[in-house]
Design a protein around this ligand. Structure first.
Ligand SMILES: NC(=O)c1ccc[n+]([C@@H]2O[C@H](COP(=O)([O-])OP(=O)(O)OC[C@H]3O[C@@H](n4cnc5c(N)ncnc54)[C@H](O)[C@@H]3O)[C@@H](O)[C@H]2O)c1
Length: 367
C-alpha cells in the first residue's frame, strides 16, 4: 500500500463539499478531521464524507502528526491566519481563492510556507477543468498563434446581499475578489504568467445596494496581450445545463485562431485554428477537441460545469501528489499573490479612476 496523505478540512460550508467529495475519492488521501466553528457542520461532514473526527478550532487538531495537510475553505478573512497556523505546525496547505485580503497577508503566508518547507497552493479550479486545460495545451502548442486578446465573463445571481460576501471586512470586496479572481488567474496561467504592465477596473453596486461591488470590469495589459474580464453577482441569465443563474464564457483570440470556452455547454471547448490539424468538425472551420473525461462527483454542489468535466478530483489528486512526492504545485503562494496584486491594483484603479501600473508600490514577496 502506498503512503497516505492525512488531511484536515477547515470550513465545512458550501464549496467545501466540492473539495471534500473530491478528496474522498482519492485513494492516497485519508480524511482525518473536519473543522468548522459551527459544530453541526463539522459533524455533518464527518457523517457525510467519513472523516475520523471533528473539531470547532483548527488548533485542536494541528498537533496530530498524522495530519499532513490542511485544506482551507473558510471565508476570505480567515484564509491567512488559518493557513499560517497550519504551515507553522508543519502542514501543507491548499487554500481557496482569493488567497488573502491583503498583499501583506499573502507575504506572511509565503514566508510561513518557506519557513516550514511545506506546500502552499491556492485553489483555482480552472487549471484542472478539461476544457481550460486543453485550451492551455492548444495555446502552448501554438495552434492559435500569439494570444493578443482575452475576453471573459463569470456571473451569477445572489438574491440576498446579507451573507459574509457582502461584508467588506470579511470578503475584502465583491465580484472582483469572488469572480474576476478566476479569470485573472486563468489569463496569467494561460500566458505563462507574463509581467503585467497596468490594470484598470470599473466597478460598483450597479444592481443592488450591497456594500461591495456587485458588478465590475477589469482590463489587464501585458506587453503582448489585453484581458477584458467582466463579472456580476446580479445577472439574470440561466445556464443551459441546470437552469440556475450562472454564466461563464471565455474567448481567447490569437494571431492564428480563436478559442471559446463555455463550461456549462456542450461542447465546452471550441477552437478555430488556421493551422487546422484537429478532427471533429463543427462546421465553418470550428472544431471541438476531444476532452479527457474526469470523474463526476456524486454531490454536484457546483453546477458550473458539465458533470463529466468536473475539475475537483484532479485538483486534489495534484495537490496530494505534490505533497507526497515533493513536486511543485501549479499555483503556489507567489502565483496566488500575483493574482491578488492584480485585484488590488483593480480596486485602486476604480477608486482613483486611472490605470495602475504594476508592480504595486507595496512590493512584497517575489520568487
Ligand atoms: N472556487 C470556487 O468555485 C469557489 C466557490 C465558492 C466559494 N469559494 C471560496 O471558498 C471559500 C468559502 O466559501 P463558501 O461559499 O463555501 O462559504 P460558506 O460560508 O458556505 O462556508 C464557510 C465555512 O467556514 C466556516 N468558518 C468560518 N470561519 C471559520 C474558522 N475560523 N474556523 C473554522 N471554520 C470557519 C463557516 O462556519 C462556514 O461553514 C471562500 O474563500 C470563497 O471565496 C470558491
Amino acid at each position: 500500500m502506498g503512503r497516505h496523505l492525512g488531511v484536515a478540512v477547515v470550513g465545512c460550508g458550501g464549496i467545501s463539499n466540492c473539495h471534500t467529495a473530491a478528496l474522498a475519492r482519492i485513494p492516497d488521501v485519508r480524511l482525518i478531521a473536519a473543522v468548522d466553528i459551527d459544530e453541526a457542520r463539522a459533524r455533518d461532514f464527518v457523517s457525510r464524507y467519513g472523516f475520523e473526527t471533528h473539531a470547532t478550532d483548527l488548533r485542536a487538531v494541528l498537533s496530530r502528526p498524522d495530519i499532513e495537510a490542511v485544506v482551507v475553505t473558510t471565508a476570505n478573512d480567515t484564509h491567512a491566519p488559518l493557513s499560517i497556523q497550519a504551515l507553522d505546525a508543519g502542514k501543507h496547505v491548499l487554500v481557496q481563492k482569493p488567497m488573502a485580503l491583503t498583499l501583506d497577508e499573502a507575504d506572511q503566508m509565503i514566508a510561513a510556507a518557506n519557513r516550514a518547507g511545506k506546500k502552499l497552493m491556492v485553489s483555482f479550479f480552472e487549471f484542472f477543468h478539461p476544457a481550460f486545460k486543453r485550451a492551455k495545451e492548444i495555446v502552448d502548442q501554438g495552434l492559435i498563434g500569439d494570444v493578443f486578446l482575452f475576453k471573459a465573463i463569470m456571473a451569477w445571481y445572489m438574491p440576498r446581499m446579507t451573507a459574509w460576501r457582502f461584508d467588506p471586512k470579511i470578503s475584502g470586496g465583491g465580484i472582483l475578489m469572488d469572480g474576476h479572481v478566476h479569470h485573472v488567474a486563468f489569463f496569467q496561467w494561460l500566458l505563462g504568467d507574463p509581467p503585467v504592465e497596468s490594470v484598470y477596473s470599473e466597478f460598483g453596486a450597479m444592481n443592488s445596494d450591497a456594500r461591495v461591488e456587485d458588478t465590475g470590469v477589469t482590463i489587464i495589459r501585458t506587453a503582448r496581450a489585453i484581458a477584458d474580464i467582466s463579472g456580476s453577482n446580479r445577472l439574470l441569465e440561466p445556464n443551459a445545463q441546470s437552469g440556475r443563474y450562472f454564466k461563464e464564457a471565455l474567448e481567447i483570440f490569437g494571431s492564428k485562431g480563436t478559442i471559446r470556452i463555455n463550461p456549462t455547454e456542450r461542447p465546452s471547448l471550441k477552437v478555430f485554428s488556421e493551422a487546422g490539424e484537429m478532427v471533429e468538425s463543427l462546421g465553418g472551420g470550428w472544431i471541438a477537441p476531444r476532452l479527457e473525461p474526469s470523474p463526476p462527483l456524486e454531490r454536484a454542489y457546483s453546477n458550473h460545469f458539465n458533470p463529466d468535466e468536473n475539475p475537483w478530483v484532479d485538483e486534489h489528486r495534484h495537490f496530494a501528489d505534490c505533497c507526497l512526492n515533493d513536486k511543485p504545485v501549479v499555483s503556489d503562494g507567489y502565483f496566488g499573490r500575483k493574482v491578488l496584486e492584480i485585484l488590488m491594483a483593480g480596486y485602486q484603479s476604480g477608486r482613483e479612476k486611472r490605470a495602475i501600473r504594476l508592480p504595486l508600490v507595496a512590493a512584497g514577496a517575489t520568487r
